[in-house]
Design a protein around this ligand. Structure first.
Ligand code: PLP
Length: 411
């Protein structure tokens, strides 16, 4: 009799976005003329830059001729893309990487979910609360947790609350932790850590021989000086961190799929005898077995993000979203909301009026002013009483949504 992986049974259904869709559909059925503005989506709306499209077209044409056709590529990515990543994203920030430390993939979701596979299942791991749910769910699937309690918090996970008391910045764990997921700029709070703050995490991890899984998927949205773009800007991080990056939000690749992960050669994990093993080698071993690389046209398209034209166009798109973020943040502040984020990230995290439960606020916003966002409770127990808006809508819809929410607040 075939047995199921019972760890999967610990997971509640993917409730958040299906429940949002259900409520919207119900409301639309009852109010067919209501014009709903969606400010909850984490997907981008601007098209791929033309430099990227041109490179992709060219690469597709190359696949049509036996002289230029490419079959299986290197599982860890083509050198032409890896070289451009190092030269553009790291060298200018004083971070030296070798070609073997960059692994191209089809998504930061894939990599943040899969990386734990090469780590022991008896490791204790910590996540911030609220959190991008993939870190938690992938570890539940791997058997690193017990069951969830009534608030959805899993036994054996160390949750690091991020709330008004600590300005959305996690305190250090008070019990032993072997792995820590940090995401900065953060989804969902839109907050960042300064160089000194991140340095403390690197020091903590070194002292405890722990691993930091650093998700920098929103790095390109950083606007302020003093905010690290890469954890490897911090001294000592090469011994203690892996970093996930993505072209998804940076360059509109959510539907095209390209990302990368940095695994330094110094990074070690230990066996039961205390012997050190290279995570770079183990990740390579894992990828060469389970992954066959990102398609050539997509890697060629990603490389075009680093052309002069590509860089200019990507900057334009990010500026567009960040202007939306400014409009939301300042507009809602003016209307009396308490808001976080939106300065170095495309997410705005607001406190619901009078700390109303986040699903009640979702209903109120949708029913009274026809604006949809994401209830904070969907990101963890500390997300309750909060609400996430994204800057990925059109300018027109962003302006209208802020106007409508301002009316709602003052009624
Ligand atoms: N990491 C964070 C924090 C995210 O918010 C997202 C997407 O929403 C991802 C990773 C996934 O990125 P990708 O599209 O590269 O899989």
């Amino acid at each position: 009799m075939v047995k199921v992986n019972e760890n999967y049974l610990k997971l509640p259904g993917s409730y958040l976005f299906s429940e949002i869709a259900r409520r919207i559909n119900q409301f639309k059925k009852e109010n067919p003329s209501a014009e709903i503005i969606r400010m909850g989506i984490g997907d981008v709306t601007r098209p791929l830059p033309s430099a990227v499209i041109e490179a992709m077209h060219k690469a597709v044409d190359e696949m049509s001729s036996s002289d230029t056709f490419r079959g299986y590529g290197p599982e860890q990515g083509y050198d032409f893309l890896i070289k451009k990543i190092i030269e553009n994203d790291f060298t200018p920030r004083g971070v030296n990487l070798s070609m073997e430390e960059v692994f191209i993939s089809d998504g930061a979701k894939t990599d943040t979910a899969n990386f734990q596979e090469i780590l022991g299942t008896d490791n204790i791991f910590a996540v911030t609360d609220p959190v991008y749910p993939v870190y938690v769910d992938s570890n539940v699937m791997a058997g690193r947790t017990g069951f969830p309690d009534s608030q959805g918090q899993f036994e054996k996970i160390v949750y690091l609350p991020c709330n008004e008391v600590n300005e959305m910045k996690p305190s250090f764990p008070t019990s032993r932790v072997d792995m820590v997921y940090l995401c900065y700029p953060n989804n969902p709070t839109g907050m960042t850590l300064g160089i000194d703050e991140l340095k403390k995490w690197v020091d903590y991890a070194r002292e405890n021989k722990a691993l930091i899984l650093f998700d920098a998927a929103y790095e390109a949205f950083i606007r302020q000086d003093g905010v690290p773009h890469s954890i490897f800007e911090i001294e000592g991080a090469r011994e203690t961190a892996v970093e996930f990056r993505s072209f998804s939000k940076t360059a509109g690749f959510t539907g095209t799929r390209c990302a990368y992960t940095i695994v330094p050669k110094e990074l070690m994990a230990y066996d039961s005898k205390g012997e050190a093993h290279s995570l770079n080698k183990l990740w390579l071993r894992r990828q060469t077995t389970k992954f066959n690389g990102v398609s050539y046209p997509v890697q060629a398209a990603a490389a075009a993000v680093y052309s002069e034209e590509g860089k200019r166009q990507v900057r334009g798109t990010i500026d567009y979203y960040m202007e939306n973020a400014r409009i939301i943040r300042e507009g809602l502040q003016k209307a009396g909301y308490k808001v976080f984020g939106g300065v170095n990230a495309p997410y705005i995290w607001l406190q619901t009026p009078n700390k109303m439960p986040s699903w009640d606020f979702f209903d109120k916003l949708m029913k009274e002013v026809h604006v949809v966002g994401t209830p904070g409770a969907g990101f963890g127990a500390n997300g309750e009483g909060h609400f996430r808006l994204t800057a990925f809508s059109s300018r027109e819809n962003t302006l209208r949504a802020v106007e409508r929410m301002s009316i709602l607040k003052t009624v």
